[in-house]
Design a protein around this ligand. Structure first.
Ligand SMILES: C[S@@+](CC[C@H](N)C(=O)[O-])C[C@H]1O[C@@H](n2cnc3c(N)ncnc32)[C@H](O)[C@@H]1O
Length: 435
């Protein structure tokens, strides 16, 4: 009789085979390809959230293969690798910083010597050694970024091609591997210097960049940084479980008053309001964000057919809200602030709140330990830590959300919190019951 640990490996391998079959049967029946690292392969699985069974099978496959992979390594080797895998960031950062993906031709291959010359050309004459470039690229290849089809020659993989062609994803790489690289290493020193801080000026970012501004003020000082952050947020917002569809379908927008106005607070360049305005022709949207987000170029990006119903405006959500509206919508805002500041944001709405006005939040919520699948659990735990790195904020459990409204003002009636199907984000709704 096999031991329990041996049985687990067998069960996992069988489940992996079964889930893989569900996926491959689905793709074959529809004449579709699987995702692939081939330079011309599919960057994403063509499995829509509506394809219930294969969609679920894929999420389970990711979790099962991860478990089997980890078991195959074993705890000791696994821990060794886990700790030094921080160099993944190093090789990825180098690709972004030195524009290596632009230097590799889309068709064919390039020798390391020619690649070094091309990188020099793209980086104002910076002379890297062939050896340094080669070792960074060869490390990246272990992560399926680039390929070496012939010894000494580099070609694109589908992943490296994404870094070259997909602007939001390229900026995501730069933001995570470059801009947040030093801040991550400064989180523990920040925790020691400012224990239990709720201040966004006492973070790893503050220590790393030796400055005392809150995150958004800091990034807005530098247009390149700010632009990179915006594009990176687009890459994050387009990941699985963050689709526009989950925002559009996850809340009963049609129940808001006819011809009502929704204020999209911290709405960035308005892309969520564009999607909502398209889906709900009776609603109008006022997208508020900080002045730094409003340039003639970005304001001009409101699609022509929506210009009568979507306005991009400037408002600081810590200051009293001037617009009386049917609803105030916050997407991915509260998780960016500690409780102290979330309470201020909610209270700043009060001067414009009329009876029945809704506060609609679309944000993360931490699942109870062990209740969510691998991807969701991992994503939310990762996000929770990044909130600490940049702003000393956090993700919240469902009860914390309820408590936040109660502490802000007793006249907020908490209507509920729910996670729409296939969404990583939750909806939270409260209603103003005061005068
Ligand atoms: C994480 S992004 C979320 C953007 C958008 N709601 C979405 O779902 O994609 C946070 C946004 O809040 C904005 N923001 C930060 N501080 C603000 C403030 N005090 N007043 C208004 N907007 C602010 C930022 O400029 C940024 O666009």
């Amino acid at each position: 009789m096999a031991s329990q640990s041996v049985q687990r490996m067998t069960v996992l391998s069988q489940e992996i085979a079964a889930k893989t079959k569900i996926i491959t049967d689905h793709l074959t029946a529809k004449g579709l390809d699987a995702a692939s690292f081939d330079v011309n392969g599919l960057a994403e699985f063509p499995i829509s959230q509506d394809d219930e069974e294969p969609y679920k099978a894929r999420l389970e496959l990711i979790s099962l293969t991860k478990e089997l992979h980890d078991i195959a390594l074993g705890p000791k080797e696994g821990l060794r690798y886990l700790a030094w895998d921080c160099v993944n960031t190093l090789s990825l950062q180098s690709i972004w910083e030195f524009k290596i993906a632009d230097a590799v031709p889309l068709d064919g291959k390039i020798s390391y010597e020619d690649l070094t010359a091309k990188v020099k050309e793209l980086n104002n004459g910076l002379s890297l050694s062939v050896l340094d470039l080669r070792r960074l690229v060869r490390h990246a290849i272990t992560n399926r970024i680039f390929a070496e089809p012939e010894k000494g020659f580099v070609a694109h993989s589908r992943t490296s091609r994404l870094i070259r062609e997909d602007a939001p994803l390229r900026n995501w790489v730069g933001f995570m591997c470059n801009d947040l690289w030093l801040p991550l290493a400064n989180v523990i020193p920040a925790m020691k210097k400012w224990p239990a801080s709720e201040e966004s000026t006492e973070t790893g970012v503050n220590l790393a960049y030796k400055q005392d501004l809150p995150w958004f003020d800091f990034i807005q000082q530098d247009q390149e940084f700010s632009k990179r952050y915006n594009l990176a947020m687009q890459a994050h917002g387009s990941g699985e479980g963050y689709s526009m569809e989950t925002v559009v379908k996850g809340y009963p927008w049609e129940k808001l008053p006819q011809d009502g106005t929704v204020v999209d607070m911290g709405g960035n360049q308005g892309y969520i309001s564009f999607a909502l305005a398209e889906a709900f022709p009776n609603l109008s949207f006022i997208v508020q964000d900080t002045a730094g987000m409003r340039t003639a170029e970005t304001i001009g990006k409101v699609p022509a057919e929506l210009q009568s119903r979507v306005q991009l405006t400037t408002h600081d959500f810590f200051t009293p809200q001037p617009v009386v509206a049917a609803a105030y919508f916050f997407r991915m805002i509260f998780h960016g602030f500690s409780d102290k500041y979330c309470l201020q944001i909610l209270r700043a709405l009060i001067p414009s709140l009329r009876p029945g006005a809704k506060v609609i939040i679309n944000d993360g919520a931490l699942p109870e330990p062990g209740t969510a699948g691998y991807i969701e659990d991992r994503t939310m735990r990762t996000l929770d830590l990044f909130m600490q790195v940049t702003v000393n904020a956090r993700e919240r459990e469902p009860d914390d959300w309820r408590d936040l409204f109660r502490r802000a003002d007793e006249r907020f009636k908490f209507n509920g919190i729910w996670q729409p199907e296939k969404s990583r984000m939750w909806f939270i709704e409260a209603e103003w019951t005061g005068e």
